[in-house]
Design a protein around this ligand. Structure first.
Ligand SMILES: *Cc1c(COP(=O)(O)O)cnc(C)c1O
Length: 349
């Protein structure tokens, strides 16, 4: 095994989609957010499995991602683009039959000018202050925009992963103020909002991270496991340093395994010290600095040298790793490098 081996469980992704779908009423459509190559897991594998599970609404960030997804999924499902209709996107949007989620007056003008009668959606800003029409802009263009018959109106919650935050309720109130009485399907909830309950669901939810086994969906089935091959093992006497800048020194005689995987593979340099990898059931501490392509692991307590070490498994998921790196599961997933050998479990194929 020349490089790390990343295993992605498409059945678990489908099960997570079905479970999140089950959190909302049957009248509420459940979409899937597959931007950034399905959070790094491979959109060409993930999206068709979600389609088979019944998903017909897919969300991506860029028009280019939308075009690639259209090639994978064929003509049937609707593909929504969070960046909206940017300069230079017109041909791609038209060719791939994408639904740009327009987020400014400028984008609305561009869409109605370049692609009149083509489907589009609208993004409203309800307090996150990131993307979407603000209250005053919306008041100015709502009539014109609604006359052109948008297929979806959405907004995004800034703190849905924190049930104790008041921001979600404030955004919900604002969303009602901006959209009540409008006869266009509405969407407010990603994974976090889906878990906040039915007042947040409206006509469509659009979970991402929960499908891939990440927080805030704590009940998710685990999706990824990652094994790294051991390149070499050697004894290190007490007092010897290991790795760049000698940040770790052996307190007693021990044995080190040097493993194929480093920060270029998404194992962030901030992981050291403190993270453990598994030799079968036995945890082994990563010691010394993470290098670009290599990790060093203290295996002095093992009876024999391991062939591989497991970095991610059902008990140590991306959020466990993220915590050690001062990051979040989303960032760990989307950082997983291109060098891993990828394998997929797909019970339907
Ligand atoms: C990424 C994203 C989602 C999905 O969010 P998760 O927290 O991963 O469920 C939904 N809506 C928008 C606007 C997004 O940017």
């Amino acid at each position: 095994m020349p490089t790390g081996s990343l295993h992605i469980d498409l059945e678990a992704i489908a099960a997570n989609w079905r479970a999140l779908d089950g959190r909302s009423a049957a009248s509420c459509e459940t979409g899937a957010c597959v931007k950034a190559d399905a959070y790094g897991l491979g959109v060409a594998q993930v999206a068709p499995r979600l389609f088979k599970a019944g998903c017909r609404a897919f969300f991506v960030a860029t028009a280019q991602e939308g075009l690639e997804l259209r090639r994978v999924l064929g003509p049937e499902p609707r593909i929504y683009v969070f960046y909206g209709h940017m300069v230079g996107d017109t041909a791609t949007i038209e060719r791939a039959d994408l639904v740009p989620m327009l987020c400014s007056i400028e984008q609305i003008a561009r869409q109605l000018e370049a692609l009149p009668k083509k489907p589009f959606g609208l993004q409203l800003d309800t307090g996150m202050n990131r993307l979407g029409l603000k209250m005053a802009d919306w008041a100015a263009v709502a009539e014109l925009a609604l006359r052109a018959r948008p297929v979806l109106i959405m907004s995004h919650l800034a703190s849905a992963d924190d049930p104790d935050s008041d921001q979600s309720a404030a955004q919900l109130k604002r969303f009602h103020e901006m959209t009540d009485g409008v006869s266009v399907p509405r969407s407010l909830a990603a994974t976090g909002g889906t878990l906040l309950g039915s007042p947040y669901h409206f006509d469509m939810t659009r979970p991402g991270i929960g499908l891939y086994g990440g927080l805030p969906y704590a009940a998710a089935e685990p999706v990824v496991s990652l094994d790294l091959p051991v390149i070499t093992c050697f004894d290190v006497p007490a007092g010897e340093p290991v790795g760049y800048n000698a940040t770790w020194t052996a307190k007693s005689d021990t044995r080190i395994a040097t493993v194929a995987g480093g920060y270029a593979d998404g194992l962030h340099r901030a992981l050291s010290p403190g993270v453990e990898v598994m030799a079968g059931p036995v945890p082994c501490p990563v010691v010394g600095r993470v290098s670009m392509d290599l990790l060093t692991v203290d295996i002095g307590h093992l009876d024999r040298d391991p062939e591989t070490l497991r970095v991610l498994d059902p008990h140590r998921g991306v959020d466990h790793l993220a915590e050690a790196a001062g990051s979040i599961g989303y960032e760990m997933l989307t950082s997983l490098g291109a060098r891993y050998r990828r394998s997929y479990r797909d019970g339907t194929s």
